[in-house]
Design a protein around this ligand. Structure first.
Ligand code: SF4
Ligand code: SF4
Length: 376
């Protein structure tokens, strides 16, 4: 752990407040603007969005709530090239221009190749994606080129050995649950990025809320150690304490979260060895209580022919696994959600969702377990 390290907090615009829980484009601008304004007033300036977030409308929402309301120099904006969506080299140009227009800016402070992995790497090489981004940087349309990465360390090593000169930073999923997880390998990926001298931005520091809504036993342990610290602050401090990490993103959607996170980073305290021991124990408790390690990113749902509410069903399954007693509100939620979406048992086994899942989860297998639990 680095002592007295400087690490920034970034505002992740992936889960902004909406008016209707089932409609990711029904932006609650009053709330979003209040959150953005507070974040800026606390001295933070970095906002991270993407072409695909919020049903492909997040960039417009960021323009309304941020770009059109604040001077360009007062914030930094990052967005991402959708690697699964572009068709060819010409399409890259079209999408990039569309993104500038949607965001209402002349340049991006950071521009990332979104969700790089085995399934898109060859396509990126074929159509010159790395060169495209470097070219836009040379034209002054991008200040800094990055790559968000959700795959195995071997691929990261390969990409950095081939295209490291075109990448200024790497965005990695780092949190205390995934540190040694075989399907994420946060620690190993961070070590590789560091060995190439690339600063790292952290995404999913709270693992999609998993490290905020902790099992009772884990929460008790943290509260006994630090009664006034939130569960989120432990997760944020773990991510920000790692050597090579310069930024931690948080997808904040309430004022309480903005105030808590900004307080954590204003007076950043790296985790101590003793605290690491507590975190290890908490990790063990969560593992015991979270059968499906889904981050609720929603990438799996876009191409599902049955419109199955995969992340919602997984969250309900995890939640019911922690519940004791006969009445289960999760079953009620399941039935209500299934009124507007496919049920878990409607899955036709096409496998599209698993190709899109950055966590490499066996979604079809898990859906069978969900169906057995809620539809049996
Ligand atoms: S495998 Fe099932 S859940 Fe996945 S995309 Fe196909 S139908 Fe949807
Ligand atoms: S199953 Fe995978 S892709 Fe779908 S929400 Fe969970 S982590 Fe994301």
């Amino acid at each position: 752990m680095a002592e007295n390290k400087r690490v920034e907090l970034g505002f992740g615009c992936m889960r902004m407040p909406t008016l209707k829980p089932d409609d990711p484009t029904s932006f609650d601008y009053e709330k979003i603007e209040a959150l953005f304004d507070e974040f800026l007033s606390q001295g933070f300036t970095y906002f991270d969005t993407a072409y695909t977030y919020h049903g492909y409308h997040a960039e417009e929402a960021v323009r309304h709530a941020l770009v059109e309301r604040h001077p360009r120099q007062s914030f930094r904006l990052a967005t991402k090239l959708p690697l699964r969506d572009f068709k060819d080299s010409e399409d890259l140009e079209r999408i990039f221009q569309e993104q500038l227009d949607s965001c209402g800016v002349e340049y991006f402070d950071s521009y990332l190749l979104h969700n790089m992995g085995t399934n898109v790497y060859e396509k990126c090489r074929k159509y010159g994606v790395f060169e495209f981004a470097a070219g836009k940087k040379a034209q002054g349309k991008i200040r800094s080129v990055g790559m968000s990465f959700h795959d195995m360390p071997e691929l990261l090593e390969e990409i950095l050995s081939q295209y490291g000169d075109k990448l200024d930073f790497i965005q990695l999923q780092i949190n205390y649950m995934d540190w040694e997880q075989p399907n994420v390998q946060s620690r190993r990926c961070l070590e590789i990025a560091r060995s190439y001298g690339k600063p790292v931005t952290v995404m999913e520091p709270c693992k999609g809320g998993t490290l905020v809504n902790l099992p009772e036993e884990a929460e008790k342990l943290l509260k006994e150690t630090e009664p006034d610290s939130s569960n989120a602050s432990w997760a944020m401090r773990f991510a920000g304490s790692q050597e090579g990490v310069t930024m931690v993103l948080s997808g904040m959607n309430s004022m309480e979260q903005v105030l808590d996170n900004t307080a954590t980073f204003k007076n950043f305290r790296p985790v101590t060895q003793e605290e690491m021991g507590i975190i290890d124990k908490v990790t063990g408790i969560i593992e015991k209580n979270t059968p499906i390690p889904c981050t609720a990113c929603g990438y799996c749902t876009h191409g599902c022919p049955k419109d199955i509410a995969i992340p919602q069903y997984f969250a309900l399954y995890n939640s019911i696994s922690r519940t004791t007693g006969s009445f289960s509100s999760q079953a009620v939620y399941y039935r209500n959600t299934a009124l507007n979406h496919g049920k878990a048992s409607d899955c036709i086994n096409c496998g599209q969702c698993e190709k899109a899942c950055p966590q490499h989860l066996p979604i079809r297998e898990y859906l069978k377990q969900v169906a057995a639990k809620f539809e049996g």
